[in-house]
Ligand binder design. Structure first.
Ligand SMILES: [Zn+2]
Length: 108
């Protein structure tokens, strides 16, 4: 059963609601549907010791760890405020809209 809706998409700007990066905004790099989590640019970064490999000389790398989507809030591209998202159907497509200013976040 996978009917938990993820309202965040790749490329969105989101606000982090919890954790050490609380209050920061960042861009979604990847949405992990099966984990109901997202990887956000420069958020929840952990230092990882990486072994040398063919493509990488080894050392410490910054790795962004997934953040549960429940800790993220979409930031409206128009009003720049964290927005509750409404969902409406236009011409058969499901579009997300900002509750605050009414802007449709998704472009058709
Ligand atoms: Zn808005």
């Amino acid at each position: 059963m996978r009917n938990r809706k993820i309202k965040i998409k790749k490329g969105d700007t989101v606000l982090l609601l919890a954790g050490k990066d609380k209050g920061k905004k960042g861009k979604v790099l990847e949405v992990l549907t099966d984990k109901v989590a997202a990887i956000v640019e420069r958020m929840n970064v952990a230092k990882r010791h990486q072994r040398p490999s063919q493509n990488f000389p080894g050392g410490i790398i910054d790795k962004a760890l997934p953040i549960p989507v429940s800790k993220l809030m979409l930031v409206c591209p128009r009003c720049g405020e964290p927005a509750r998202v409404s969902s409406k159907e236009v011409e058969g497509k499901r579009l997300r809209g900002c509750v605050r200013c009414g802007e449709v976040v998704d472009k058709v």
